[in-house]
Design a protein around this ligand. Structure first.
Ligand code: SAM
Length: 221
């Protein structure tokens, strides 16, 4: 069961009772998504580019996706977005998040009208955006595609340690292009070692409110 809960910046998140964790930071869902994934990830990785491919681990409510779609539309960047989600939410729950107010009405309409189909196959949402949500677990996910950017947005290591094992991090990094970027809200010594072992160069960046640091890493060319 997921319960809609307000966070400190006024945006909502969901509380997952089974896992015992929120989908986003309690200090601000919108703030966190913008800080970690849009500012440190998408802006950095798309600089000077007219197209970008993103792989997200944990689609959840789609907040990272709609903010990415909005950013790419405003900056004339073609977005090819693939997300992995083991337990997709219903469209009804997504409609109750209040996230429609953070993007243009057109972007929200394109997203909501394509959501169910994007769980079955890749959908073209606009001239700027393709979306596919793979209904599977990360360990079972496979594609021949390689991505410019990975958003690693799994539940925390305290609640889902299997999502932060050396093996699953190696599996995830294998989908990055040479020179591609990996971003996540978390940073631990174990995670840094696992990332470095996959030929990525690590940067520690200031974290979103409530977290001192976050991790960005770039794969060797
Ligand atoms: C922190 S939430 C993601 C939040 C999301 N990015 C958003 O903006 O709403 C983690 C997500 O990972 C999903 N998940 C849990 N276990 C998974 C697994 N083994 N493989 C893929 N996704 C998983 C959960 O269902 C949840 O949607």
């Amino acid at each position: 069961m997921n319960i809609i809960t307000p966070t400190a910046d006024g945006s909502n998140t969901l509380y997952n009772e089974t896992i015992g964790e929120h989908y986003h930071s309690k200090h601000g869902a919108l703030q966190e998504s913008k800080h970690v994934f849009i500012e440190a990830g998408l802006k950095f990785s798309s600089e000077g580019k007219s197209e970008i491919s993103i792989l997200e681990v944990g689609f959840g409510t789609g907040l990272n996706f709609i903010l990415s779609f909005d950013y790419c539309s405003q900056n004339d960047i073609h977005l090819d977005y693939t997300s992995i989600e083991a337990f997709p939410l219903t469209k009804n729950v997504i409609n109750q998040t209040g996230y429609a107010e953070y993007v243009s009405p057109q972007i929200w309409a394109d997203f909501i009208s394509s959501y169910d189909e994007s769980l079955k196959s890749q959908q073209t949402l606009s001239t700027f955006c393709e979306l596919e949500i793979r209904h599977t677990t990360l360990s079972e996910f496979y594609t021949k595609k390689r991505f410019d950017l990975i958003y690693y947005d799994a539940f925390s290591v305290q609640h889902q340690p299997e999502m932060w094992s050396d093996e699953i991090i190696a599996h995830t990094c294998s989908f990055l292009k040479p020179g591609g970027t990996f971003v996540t809200y978390a940073i631990t010594g174990k995670l840094k070692r696992a990332i470095k072992a996959n030929d990525l160069r690590i940067e520690k960046l200031p974290g979103a409110p409530g977290k001192r640091e976050m991790l960005r890493a770039v794969k060797g060319i």
